[in-house]
Design a protein around this ligand. Structure first.
Ligand SMILES: *[C@@H]1O[C@H](CO)[C@@H](O)[C@H](O)[C@H]1NC(C)=O
Ligand SMILES: CC(=O)N[C@H]1CO[C@H](CO)[C@@H](O)[C@@H]1O
Length: 392
């Protein structure tokens, strides 16, 4: 029993504390959704991809996540890096976590630019976006950002350390929880059969993914799966803009996500990722892991396997989710200002949850390439290099 309570609380009257917890739980979430401090731990880990240079931002985040959540559960925390972590990093991080810290190296095969990428095409495309009169988008010329996005889309789930778990919770250096999470968030996922959970959802910069949706459409067409885009069972309504017959640009903001690793390792997920990866859009454009994974998950998961954590206060600069409900904020000791909450901003996609049940069907047809620039033809895999450039 002692091991699951913070030691300072044990001495203050356990029975009273349990009562307080139970009251708070009842307010925050439905009772069936809970794995309280006494519930069995799930086969899960927190997970952070980072560098040695992220150490101090990371320590702030670890201390915050431990205080707001993990000091009651002591879940493991996996840290991955494309370079070895140094001793200083390992010492300070191991001491900051309450569970076991595990440090892993990412193989070159999972991280480096694949041979199918033509460096000249990639560099020419980067030069073009850097010269955009409207200014380059974030990380426009970063190769490591591109490698990161590809790794997080299709490789992290196969890393030997993550193969040992069923669920992961992604944490990035510098992020902050603004409210206590008074229940086992992993058990909440498992018990409710949720495969993916998020907090913030918003629109992607269209210039980073001019041909992503068209590529997905081609992949679905080739594999006779276009009906996935026209389904009331999965989340196709979330990713489609019926008016433009194209991608809604809505994506789950992946810096906070809790997911079922076995979904990411499923043959449905792997197939769509591998086929998309052949277009080399992670490098020729700057496909983010968020839109890529959102598109795939929205097609392969069935409603209601995706959940949004409305009760969490969460910040990744420059955006913040802050629960509007005062009862939740009081119960969970939230420190955020609801005026800064992103939920109802125009570029937020959280409206989706309210509208999902409306009828927004799409008749599948080849989407127009209205977002594509003139480098689109270079993006298609060699077998169909002329078919993806139908309009300006
Ligand atoms: C945890 O999950 C992994 C991946 O599914 C599995 O191989 C492993 O056996 C599980 N461990 C336990 C203790 O259930
Ligand atoms: C994974 C999954 O079941 N996806 C569903 C998405 O919607 C289509 C069309 O209804 C279903 O056939 C898929 O099974």
């Amino acid at each position: 029993m002692n091991t699951v309570f913070p030691s300072r609380a044990v001495g203050t009257g356990l029975a009273h504390l349990v009562l307080v917890f139970q009251t708070l739980f009842a307010v925050a979430v439905t009772a069936t959704a809970l794995g309280g401090p006494s519930g069995e731990l799930t086969n899960s880990t927190l997970y952070t991809l980072c560098r040695n240079s992220d150490l101090y931002d990371l320590l702030d985040t670890i201390v915050n996540y431990e205080a707001r959540f993990n000091h009651r559960y002591h879940y493991d925390w996996v840290f991955l890096n494309d370079n070895p972590f140094d001793d200083n990093f390992k010492l300070l991080v191991s001491n900051a976590v309450s569970g076991t810290a595990r440090f892993g190296l990412i193989s070159e095969e999972m991280w480096e630019i694949p041979e199918s990428v033509d460096r000249h095409v990639m560099e020419a495309n980067i030069a073009r976006v850097m010269a955009d009169p409207e200014g380059p988008y974030p990380y426009a010329d970063s190769l490591s950002y591109r490698k990161m996005c590809r790794f997080e889309s299709g490789f992290f789930q196969w890393h030997p350390l993550l193969l040992e778990y069923d669920y992961f919770w992604r944490v990035e250096p510098g992020v902050k929880l603004h409210c206590d999470i008074p229940y086992d968030i992993f058990r909440h996922m498992v018990d409710n059969n949720f495969r993916y959970g998020f907090t913030i959802s918003m629109l992607e910069y269209s210039k980073t993914i001019p041909t992503l949706f068209n590529s997905l459409w081609e992949v679905l067409d080739r594999s006779c799966q276009l009906e996935l885009l026209n389904s009331d069972e999965n989340y196709s309504n979330y990713i489609l803009n019926v008016d433009s017959n194209s991608y809604s640009l809505c994506h789950f903001w992946t810096n906070f996500e809790i997911g079922d690793l076995n979904t990411f390792r499923s043959k449905e997920y792997s197939y769509l990722f591998n086929e998309l990866d052949k277009y080399n859009g992670f490098f020729y454009e700057r496909w983010g892991d968020a839109p890529v994974r959102t598109l795939i998950l929205s097609l392969i998961l069935k409603y209601p396997q995706i959940t949004r954590f409305k009760d969490l206060g969460y910040q990744h600069d420059p955006y913040l989710q802050c629960p509007q409900d005062l009862t939740i904020r009081a119960a969970n000791r939230c420190s955020c200002d609801t005026k800064l909450d992103i939920t109802n901003k125009w570029f937020s996609c959280s409206w989706y949850n309210k509208r999902r049940d409306g009828v927004r069907r799409l008749i599948p047809k080849k989407p127009s390439l209205q977002l594509a620039f003139d480098f689109a033809p270079a993006l298609a895999p060699s077998s169909s290099s002329s078919s993806s450039s139908s309009s300006p």
